[in-house]
Write a protein that binds this ligand. Structure first.
Ligand SMILES: *Cc1c(COP(=O)(O)O)cnc(C)c1O
Length: 234
C-alpha cells in the first residue's frame, strides 16, 4: 500500500506536469487535499509530508478534526460541501475559504458572522455548470446578480468560481464544461473589475485534474488520489 506521503508526491508531480504542458506558470495551481471521511491521523500524516490545505464537506466532522489537530496551527481549512444556512456561523469562524457559496442568503450570513478580528473569508461561487437537477450551485445566469451583491459584503473576499462537472460526461464534454467555467470567470472579471481579485478557479478532482489545469484551474480538489478510496457510505 502506498503512503499518503507517496500519494501526495505523485499528485504533485501530476499537477506540475499538467501545469507545464498547459504552458502555465509553475506553482500557479494549488492542491487542496479533500479529507472528508478521513480520520485526523491521516491529515496529520499529510501535514508531516508538507500538505497544509484541506477541504472538508461536513461541518461537524470538520470541527472534530480541527479540535484534534489544534496543535497544527498552520493548517488552512477550506469548506467545499453544500451549505445549510444554520451552519454558516460555524463555517464563518472555523474556515479560511468556502468554495461552495451558491446563494445570496448564505453569502450574507457568512459575511455578518465572520468575526471582525479575522481577515475576510475567501469565497468562490459554485456554479452548476451542467444544469444538473440534483446538484448544488447557482445557474450561470444568476452569477452577475450574485457577484454584484456579494462583492459588497465586508466580511468576504470574492475569489472566483467553483464547479463540479457531471462526471458522467464524455471526455470532450467534460473539457467543454471546464472551459465554460473558465470563460464565465473571464466575463465576470471583465464586467465586474471592482468585485474582488476573481483570481480563482476551483475545479478538477482525482480523475480529471489534468484537464481542469489545461483549462485554467488554480485549485484542484483531490481526495481519492491523496488518501485512497473512501469507504462507501452505508
Ligand atoms: C469528494 C470531493 C472531491 C474529491 O473527489 P476525489 O474524486 O476523491 O478526488 C472534490 N470536490 C468535492 C466538492 C468533493 O465533495
Amino acid at each position: 500500500m502506498s503512503s499518503i506521503a507517496d500519494n501526495l508526491g505523485s499528485v504533485t508531480r501530476r499537477i506540475q506536469k499538467a501545469t507545464l504542458q498547459a504552458g502555465r506558470e509553475p506553482g500557479s495551481v494549488n492542491l487542496l487535499a479533500v479529507s472528508k471521511t478521513r480520520p485526523a491521523r491521516d491529515l496529520r500524516e499529510a501535514v508531516t509530508a508538507g500538505q497544509l490545505a484541506f477541504g472538508e464537506n461536513y461541518v461537524q466532522e470538520a470541527l472534530e478534526k480541527m479540535s484534534e489537530l489544534s496543535d497544527l496551527t498552520q493548517i488552512d481549512w477550506h469548506f467545499i460541501g453544500p451549505i445549510q444556512s444554520n451552519k454558516t456561523r460555524q463555517i464563518a469562524s472555523a474556515f479560511s475559504w468556502v468554495h461552495s457559496v451558491d446563494r445570496l442568503k448564505v453569502a450574507r450570513r457568512l459575511s455578518e458572522q465572520r468575526e471582525a478580528g479575522l481577515p475576510p473569508l475567501n469565497i468562490c461561487l459554485q456554479v452548476n455548470i451542467n444544469n444538473e437537477e440534483s446538484k448544488s450551485g447557482c445557474q450561470p445566469d444568476d452569477l452577475p446578480e450574485l457577484i454584484r451583491e456579494t462583492s459588497q459584503l465586508p466580511g468576504l473576499a470574492l475569489r472566483g468560481l467553483m464547479a463540479i462537472p457531471d462526471p458522467g460526461q464524455s471526455e470532450s464534454e467534460l473539457r467543454e464544461s471546464f472551459r465554460k467555467v473558465a470563460n464565465l470567470l473571464k466575463e465576470l472579471r471583465r464586467d465586474f473589475p471592482e468585485a474582488g481579485p476573481l483570481d480563482t478557479l476551483s475545479m478538477g478532482m482525482s480523475g480529471d485534474l489534468e484537464m481542469a489545469i489545461a483549462e485554467g484551474a488554480t485549485w484542484v480538489r483531490i481526495g481519492t488520489a491523496v488518501f485512497g478510496e473512501r469507504p462507501q457510505k452505508s
